[in-house]
Design a protein around this ligand. Structure first.
Ligand code: ACO
Length: 446
């Protein structure tokens, strides 16, 4: 049997089972009352803090955790991260091994189903996803109705929501078979929808998929091919894209996945949940960061300007985009893969001169006390934009590419969460800081 891994206070640990005696004793100095709370998997139940009250009608103690810095919101078997050690595992498999040897569709099967597929299972999975690789006609109409300067992420938010209207049966969220079918549709539709958004912006008709191509090869065809013509993708660029999608596939309870789970907790369908997740991913502090990295590198302009730029960041004038992470306090293992991959891609496409600025930025930042003290390292977005640019994908689409990869993870979390009997509708508490009760007076009569 595989060892179970937990993320406890000591980081990555094999878990031989929780000792029944594991407790924490808390004394409430307001009342002098002490209580023992059970510790399970390195956590205490926040609801048990409510037992600490100053009077019978006191609501009880709450935990205050803006941004969920220290709150586990669910149990999950999908992805494990040890941010201090820079470890990322999908269903137990290290990200570097998957990026080197697996395909994106193999990895989506892994995160969704829990195990690597057999040859036959992978073939069936590939054809099931391919069966959904055409954009439904009215979704195509919606895409065509957007203004030419609409941001592709805004379009994707809308289109993902519109899929819910296209597949009304997706609202049967308590039916496992329907949920699984809708998850497949979501994964299958994502590539043609993303490509179709790009074609709309570039004034080109959509290109039909070609079942003889790989998932990534097909995506490149739908982006850059011509309708009715054969498209032969470059093997190395096709592989680079597949690896980027694998790196973006899942990242446990990140902002967009947490949003997806929050929305799913009210039993919303997978398409509306994915639309909400996309809205979160769009933000520049999350999936929008790779677009921001390129803007930043262009603004810096030359290696000679790097020290002054780093000084301005340290002085609080903006952030070093593509640096820092809520969970990683070490080098993001995905950034290592993208940095190494950049050379192979540039060997074919020619070097992007911005890479030299990025490498110098990383060198200076990693030896600077400000970044060392705060444990700020390059994250996945620091180098991924440079590779997307080499693949001829415009910067405004980088977050769309991130979403394309992340869709498999969103589907896996949706399916996992809907089977989790411990989940309830997400409904945090607040500390009310506003006015006390006061009486209304009509405008002008104060
Ligand atoms: N550049 C400069 N300083 C930074 C950066 C950065 N990129 N990131 C964090 N810091 C500093 C903060 O100013 C803060 O300093 P202080 O203690 O003096 O106030 C300290 O480091 C801690 O920062 P927080 O904002 O508290 O860290 P948090 O975990 O909330 O933020 C985040 C994580 C949002 C990723 C942040 O590091 C950031 O904004 N990075 C740039 C945007 C980016 O690359 N996002 C992509 C993240 S990966 C992804 O979503 C795929």
């Amino acid at each position: 049997m595989q060892p179970r891994l937990t993320y406890g206070p000591r980081g990555l640990e094999g878990n031989a089972g929780t000792m029944a005696s594991e407790t924490i004793k808390i004394t409430d100095n307001r009342t002098g009352n002490s209580k023992e709370l059970a510790i399970k998997d390195g956590t205490v139940k926040a609801a048990e803090l409510r037992e600490f009250k100053t009077s019978a009608d006191d609501f009880g103690l709450m935990s205050y955790d803006p941004g969920y810095l220290n709150t586990a919101s669910c149990r999950s078997k999908i992805t494990f991260i040890d941010g201090d050690k820079g470890i990322l595992l999908y269903r137990g498999y290290p990200i570097d091994q998957l990026a080197e040897r697996a395909s994106y569709l193999e990895c989506t099967y892994l995160v969704v189903k829990g195990e690597l597929p057999s040859d036959g299972q992978l073939k069936a999975w590939t054809s099931e996803i391919a069966a959904h690789s055409a954009v439904p006609a009215n979704i195509q109409k919606i895409i065509s109705s957007f203004p030419a300067d609409a941001h592709p992420c805004s379009m994707l938010v809308s289109v993902l929501g519109a899929l819910s209207a296209d597949y009304p049966e997706s609202r049967q969220v308590l039916d496992v078979a329907v949920r699984e079918e809708m998850a497949l549709r979501l994964i299958g539709h994502m590539a043609p929808i993303c490509a179709s958004i790009y074609r709309h912006h570039t004034g080109q008709a959509p290109v039909e998929p070609d079942a003889s191509l790989s998932y990534s090869g097909n995506f490149l065809r739908m982006m850059f091919g011509k309708p009715g013509e054969k498209y032969v993708p470059s093997k190395s660029l096709e592989r680079a894209l597949d690896v980027l999608l694998i790196l973006h596939l899942d990242h446990e309870q990140n902002c967009s996945t947490s949003v997806l789970r929050n929305v799913a907790s009210s039993q919303s369908d997978i398409f509306c949940c994915a639309s909400a997740a996309m809205s979160a991913l769009y933000g520049p502090l999350h999936g929008g960061a790779n677009e921001e990295v390129l803007k930043m590198l262009r603004e810096i302009g030359s290696i000679g300007n790097v020290p002054a730029f780093v000084d301005s960041v340290k002085a609080g004038k903006g952030r070093l985009m593509g640096f820092g992470h809520r969970v990683y306090k070490n080098y993001d293992p995905r950034a290592k893969v993208t940095k190494e991959m950049a050379d192979a891609v540039f060997a074919e496409t020619g070097k992007n001169p911005l890479i030299d600025i990025a490498i110098e930025l990383e060198r200076i930042a990693l030896s600077d006390e400000y970044f060392i003290k705060r444990k700020l390292y390059p994250n996945v977005d620091f180098y991924s934009g440079l590779i997307y640019e080499a693949l001829k994908i415009p910067a405004a689409y980088f977050t769309v590419m991130f979403a394309l990869g992340r869709t498999g993870g969103w589907a896996a979390h949706y399916l996992e969460m809907m089977l989790d009997s411990e989940q309830k509708i997400a409904r945090p508490r607040q500390i009310y800081d506003g006015a006390g009760r006061r009486d209304y007076s009509t405008v002008g009569q104060k």
